[in-house]
Design a protein around this ligand. Structure first.
Ligand code: ZN
Length: 118
């Protein structure tokens, strides 16, 4: 593994999102490379400090998410439309009035198919 390859993997290792085999390859490199070792230690220290800082941030006031839902009912959240020229394919994700606010549907050639309901 080169130093450039190692430096690309360091943030993922520090975030604990690197697959085990890549992590082992990274550590094998870092053990013998002082520069990458310093980079890994600094990145992990920064990650630790960020997690600690975010843990100290107070949570949202009670009722915030209910207010968000109440204010977004009926509002479209996302629309991906590939256009009618390409077989009329579109995907909508939007808020609805029936309880949980997110639904998705797929429209192909004018036929709508529900694909998501959260
Ligand atoms: Zn290196």
């Amino acid at each position: 593994m080169t130093c450039d390859q190692a430096r690309e993997l360091v943030p993922f290792y520090a975030a604990r999102s690197l697959p085990e085999f890549e992590g082992a390859a990274l550590i094998a490199h870092v053990v013998g490379c002082e520069s990458c070792q310093k980079d890994l230690v600094e990145t992990m220290r920064l990650g630790h400090e960020l997690r600690r800082a975010f843990a100290a941030v107070p949570g949202l006031p009670e009722g915030t998410w209910l207010s968000v839902v109440a204010n977004t009912v009926g509002a479209p959240l996302l629309r991906v439309d590939l256009g009618d020229d390409l077989a009329g394919f579109s995907v909508d994700v939007g808020a609805v009035r029936s309880g949980v606010p997110i639904t998705g549907r797929l429209s192909v050639l004018g036929r709508e198919v529900p694909i998501l309901r959260i």
